[in-house]
Design a protein around this ligand. Sequence first.
Ligand code: SF4
Length: 308
Amino acid sequence: MGEPKAVLYSCPFVPPEWIAAHGLRPTRVLPRSPEAIDGIGDTLVSLSRMGICSYARAFAREVCKGSDGDAAIFTTTCDQMRRMSELVGRFCDKPIFAMHVPTSCETVAAFRFYREELHRLGRFLIEIGGTEPTPDTLIAAMESYEAMRTARSSSRFGRAGAIPIALVGGPLVSGLLDLFDLVERAGGYVALDATETGERTLPKPFDRRRLKEDPVAELVDAYFGTIPDAFRRPNTLLYQWLKRESATRGIRGIILLHYVWCDTWRAEVGRLKEWAPVPVLVIDTDEGECDHGRIFSRVQAFLEVLAQ
Ligand code: SF4
């Protein structure tokens, strides 16, 4: 038997446990910036460049050529990803699955819909070589992934006197990870990573009793029922989470990072500024690169104000 097939995904609403329970290898992609993969997917890029967020383009390019994978899952949490899944399906020879994630998160129907989408995803995984999981296989996968998350979780500490900042926004491409260093060089530190790539999108710990009784229901609850995000309606979960986590870490300023073409997070700018009990700095980026000069001077000025 060879290596299990790798299934690429980027969205936190795709439970890796579900893929692993089907005997396949879940591979969450941290995309490079969209232009970093030379000469590949040019048709895709030229077709989609106008008005498509650089993260969605970066993920699409990784799926087409950059990352080693046998299939990919897109989710429809925003129009950009929905359009990308259609384009990639036309230009890429890998099997592509578009998983629908309801924006509504308070109705029984929405929970049922998400559960049905998991089962539809399961049928796709079986079609590409996976196997139907038994309840015990799923429980074992859930326990194993939860143990890995627990082992990885760690608190963030800054140098003495550094100002604790929350970094809020959508997913990061790898070229933006330098932002954490820029904040430190400017005298702060990211005490709360509230980006989609960070701790904000971790599922809640599984309830042991429910895990044994109905593992799929517990999976739905831990992911769909718990993860806060800007696309959700209502998105009060996001602000409840930010309030709780900011208070425990003594957050003194918020940096909201969004891609130029991201309607979801751009729409959050006004609401976040209105809600935030601390100053907010908004940074936009187009190509998904950390433009060190421009961003550093803005972060530095922001931290100087906070330090007064
Ligand atoms: S960053 Fe915004 S536009 Fe881009 S994929 Fe995420 S939600 Fe969609």
